[in-house]
Design a binder for this molecule. Structure first.
Ligand SMILES: Nc1nc2c(ncn2[C@@H]2O[C@H](COP(=O)(O)OP(=O)(O)OP(=O)(O)O)[C@@H](O)[C@H]2O)c(=O)[nH]1
Ligand SMILES: [Mg+2]
Length: 328
């Protein structure tokens, strides 16, 4: 048994063991696959999880064809520095946001319930890409289980409100409650596994259609204050969209670290991206597993006092830091 299984993986496995339906089992297995450390020591386990996922998918598909199941399940391959899920009531502008910020072309319609499967797109932010996943709306009447499964797997959440709807805050509260009912707690962050069942997901509240109701942006501020960072935007006029990209980057909870070779200028062409809270040692391990054993010291530029000096290995790196790794 590989020793370095993460708490997220162990929680997902616990969820798998306690699952009561194939849908829940599939959901937990997908989370296990997403959170299992990827190295030689876990290859067998990874293969086993993949096999089980394939089997379950097949079984669910068979059941669907014979008319016994509630419908299909979906999985979105994670790409880029982080994955954010868009949640919200019907017609709130989720698909419009994904269309405005990414290369994807989700269906957009002036009527509710127009999205019925996930649509991922990549958003560029400076020198990295962040994946946004458009989802069907979350409503008390009809939301399939796989939607919650994908929210659970995402790194963070964009909660969309239709500012032109006077009921938008009530509806958003309803979405928050429905997610909570599935043990997904929208929080100010950072995203984390609370116990085997419950996850917290850092959330950014986005008021869409600010062009139709500029005054309601104030109400959004009052509603979101102390709960989530928030922003009002319009996909029609483009107002607020640049600020939104940055806010999404912050919500994603990643830091960019650059490398330099001794005596040379830093390589700013391609950052390494890590979860916020990552340490100097995490960076070294992320760049190359084998570097850890050969590590002599790391010089760090950027966060605070360590400009060019040896940095303690447990020092938490900040976005934009530059490391120079010295090996034996
Ligand atoms: N005026 C205005 N209309 C917008 C804006 N953003 C979206 N819309 C319109 O709002 C309607 C719903 O947009 P969608 O992006 O399809 O909403 P959705 O949340 O994906 O809807 P579902 O998938 O059905 O839950 C469409 O008619 C859009 O053109 C905006 O910023 N301003
Ligand atoms: Mg949609």
């Amino acid at each position: 048994m590989p020793a370095n299984l993460t708490p997220e993986f162990l929680a997902a496995r616990e969820r798998f063991n306690k699952a009561r339906s194939d849908e829940e089992r599939l959901d937990a297995l997908q989370e296990m696959l997403a959170t299992i450390p990827k190295h030689k020591g876990t290859e067998k386990m990874q293969a086993d999880i993949k096999r089980r996922i394939a089997k379950l998918r097949e079984r669910l598909e068979q059941r669907r064809r014979s008319g016994k199941s509630s419908g299909p399940t979906y999985h979105v391959e994670r790409e880029g520095a982080a994955q954010l899920a868009l949640v919200g009531p019907p017609n709130s502008g989720k698909s419009s946001l994904v269309a405005a910020l990414t290369n994807a072309h989700p269906d957009i319609a002036p009527y509710p319930m127009s999205t019925f499967r996930p649509c991922p797109g990549m958003m560029e932010f400076e020198d990295i890409q962040i994946q946004l996943v458009d989802l069907p709306p979350i409503t008390p009447e009809y939301t399939e289980g796989w939607v919650y499964g994908l929210v659970r797997l995402a790194d963070a959440v964009l909660l969309c409100l239709d500012l032109s709807d006077e009921k938008c805050f009530e509806l958003a509260d309803q979405v928050i409650e429905l997610l909570r009912g599935r043990n997904i707690v929208l929080s100010v962050g950072p995203s984390r596994q609370v116990d085997w069942r419950t996850v917290e997901r850092r959330t950014l509240a986005v008021g869409v259609k600010s062009d139709l109701a500029p005054a309601r942006a104030q109400e959004l501020a009052a509603w979101a204050e102390g709960r989530f960072p928030h922003l009002a935007v319009s996909t029609t006029t483009g107002e607020g969209l640049e600020g939104l990209r940055r806010a999404i980057f912050r919500a994603a909870g990643v830091v960019r670290v650059y490398t330099k070779k001794p005596g040379q200028a830093p390589d700013m062409s391609q950052p390494y991206t890590l979860r916020e809270g990552a340490t100097v040692l995490d960076v070294v391990e992320h760049i190359h597993k084998e570097f850890v054993e050969r590590l002599r010291y790391v010089r760090l530029w950027g966060s605070g006092r360590f400009d060019g000096q040896h940095a303690p290995l447990d020092h938490v790196v900040q976005d934009g830091d530059i490391v120079e790794i010295h090996l034996s």
